[in-house]
Write a protein that binds this ligand. Structure first.
Ligand SMILES: Nc1ncnc2c1ncn2[C@@H]1O[C@H](COP(=O)(O)OP(=O)(O)O)[C@@H](O)[C@H]1O
Ligand SMILES: [Mg+2]
Length: 266
């Protein structure tokens, strides 16, 4: 999947770098995500422009669990949307699994997104008219290159991973918010994504349920090795990750490994 764009990308990042962040990393094929000097500005008139993301560079390696924190309005959601190709950058490069997103057609980009990214948002976005099992299988209806793999047994297996196999026939409204979020996590894994993008996945939950969801993210990370990028305004959640990235006013102001192992803190 290595492309010409990669070389250009690496060169561009090497030239520019981010002086205040020593180890932003050089983009390369082993990076699942490689964002170089990305800026997103909203508003057409200069006087009302908002720079939501300001010259951000970030490279994420396979298997990392990155927790991005920052206050509300610091650009976290915009950065996630840039990474998934849902938002067009004003400037800069976004490379997902070795592919420059904006070198693709809309259709190719949608396909790449569906096959490589699992999404978890703050509010569980389940289809009310479908049962739990059907919701988990749904991303497969939009593609995915897993011919010969039985989607129903995979969906049931994922439901058991999140502890909800007995709810397969239930409808979303019959589940609690925490249970719905667990279904969303199962759904996010159905296409065997390389990365899960999670935007404030526990912000709508009480503390106990938040803990349960985070334990589930940890288990999924450990058992599947999937790369996770989670954004949250709650800095207490940093310790669940392997790497902590901090944002303020559209910029990355800190990027460091999470030192402490989870098991020593409980
Ligand atoms: N679609 C949009 N149009 C205009 N401004 C936006 C839009 N989306 C986000 N912004 C602005 O960009 C900044 C960053 O927003 P956002 O990425 O949602 O931050 P966070 O997720 O950290 O709360 C905020 O000032 C916000 O108001
Ligand atoms: Mg947000």
């Amino acid at each position: 999947m290595k492309s010409e764009a990669m070389t250009e990308e690496a060169a561009s990042s090497a030239r520019q770098g981010a002086p205040e962040i020593a180890d932003a990393g050089q983009p390369s094929a082993e990076h699942v995500i490689s964002v170089a000097d990305v800026t997103k500005r909203y508003g057409s008139k200069k006087e009302v422009q908002v720079t939501a993301v300001d010259t951000v560079s970030l490279a994420v390696s396979r298997g990392e669990f990155v927790v991005i924190t920052g206050r509300s309005g610091s650009g976290k959601t915009t950065l996630l949307n840039l990474i998934s190709g849902l938002t067009t950058p004003t400037a800069g490069h976004v490379v997902l699994d070795g592919v420059e997103l904006w070198s693709l057609s809309d259709r190719q980009r949608s396909r790449l997104r569906n096959e490589h990214i699992g999404f978890v948002f703050q509010f569980p976005s389940l289809v009310p008219s479908l049962n739990v099992l059907e919701n988990v299988m749904l991303p497969r209806a939009f593609g995915g290159n897993h011919v010969g793999d039985d989607v129903e047994s995979r969906a049931r297996m994922l439901l058991s991973t999140v502890g909800l196999e007995e709810k397969a026939a239930a409808h979303p409204r019959q589940l609690s918010a925490g249970q719905q979020q667990r279904v969303v996590l199962a759904r996010s894994l159905v296409n065997r994504p390389t990365i899960i993008l999670a935007d404030e996945p526990s912000s709508n939950l009480d503390e106990t349920t938040e803990q349960e969801i985070m334990e589930l993210f940890e288990r999924v990370h450990e058992t599947t090795g999937v790369t996770i990028l989670m954004v949250t305004h709650t800095s207490q959640l940093i310790s669940w990750g392997t790497r902590s990235v901090r944002m303020a006013a559209g910029r990355i102001i800190g990027d460091e490994p999470v030192a402490q192992a989870r098991s020593t803190q409980d």
